[in-house]
Design a protein. Structure first.
Length: 283
């Protein structure tokens, strides 16, 4: 006898499925202040945050394979639905769904809260339009130990499914402010005692030289620009220094996420070195 559980949701036309599927579109996400998180890593991280995971759709196979995640979701009060593979595939925005799709509440943090925390390392995404790049930079910032990420008002939607996937769960780890005008972001961080470093391939300051001179140990916010045209002159002018990552080989340039990883880790290493500034100096 087959004792496997039967999916309760088997039709893509179910009202619950239709409501979840609409969250793939930005206007519905903004209206509901909900977004999709796909796969075991993202769902597990969402479930670990209080009041974040609202609903979970899982195939029978995924529910058995990831029983710990199902239990975590139920413990947090999320509604768990066993669904057919067709239903999960219909909600999913990936070519090869992993059998778990969660619905989560928006996580963005007010910019003022980030400033009050006196951060030592921040990534600012100015005019970044590619969701995969935005999510990857967020992941790099998390790995480097940054305390916050700021997306300006001209950048991509943080909750775009591709951005959420590219963050590989890091979206749930650190504060992220969204829709902040770049001028306000820079001014607020400067007032909080943070040095503003604009990452630009044509910058007058060389990252290696700055590290050798010992100028990188204090609180820093790295500003990263658009994938195609970088940072506009008016944004570069707001920075305390415009810094380039040196190209020692024959490569024409680095892509945004790679350059962000190099810059953030340079600051993280300098801040942790002897004499590095591990706390913001009170004014």
């Amino acid at each position: 006898m087959n004792n496997a559980p039967t999916p309760e949701l088997i039709s893509p036309r179910s009202p619950r499925v239709s409501a979840a599927r609409r969250l793939a579109k930005r206007n519905f996400r903004g209206k509901e202040r909900l977004f999709l998180a796909e796969g075991p890593q993202a769902v597990r991280e969402a479930g670990a945050q209080p009041d974040t995971l609202v609903e979970l759709f899982a195939t029978v196979e995924a529910a058995e394979r990831y029983a710990d995640i199902i239990g975590l979701a139920r413990d947090t009060g999320a509604r768990v639905h066993l669904a057919s593979e067709q239903v999960v595939a219909d909600i999913s925005t990936t070519v090869t769904p992993q059998g778990l799709v969660g619905i989560c509440r928006f996580l963005d943090t007010p910019f003022e809260d980030i400033l009050r925390a006196r951060p030592k390392l921040v990534a600012v995404l100015a005019h970044v339009r590619d969701p995969g790049n935005a999510g990857t930079v967020l992941r790099c910032a998390d790995a480097a130990g940054a305390e916050a990420v700021v997306l300006t008002d001209a950048s991509v939607d943080l909750y775009n499914p591709k951005a959420v996937r590219a963050s590989v769960g890091s979206l749930f780890h650190l504060p992220v402010a969204v829709g902040v005008p770049v001028e306000r972001a820079v001014a607020g961080l400067k007032e909080a005692g943070v040095r503003i470093l604009a990452a630009d391939g044509a910058g007058e300051h060389d990252l290696d030289e700055e590290l050798d001179k010992g100028t990188m140990g204090g609180p820093a916010a790295w500003v990263f620009g658009n994938e195609a045209w970088g940072l506009p002159e008016e944004t570069r002018a707001l920075a305390d220094a415009v810094v380039r990552v040196p190209i020692h080989g024959k490569a024409e340039s680095l892509n945004l996420a790679t350059a962000a990883a190099v810059c953030l880790y340079a600051s993280a290493r300098a801040q942790r070195a002897p004499g590095g500034c591990r706390s913001v100096t009170e004014s």
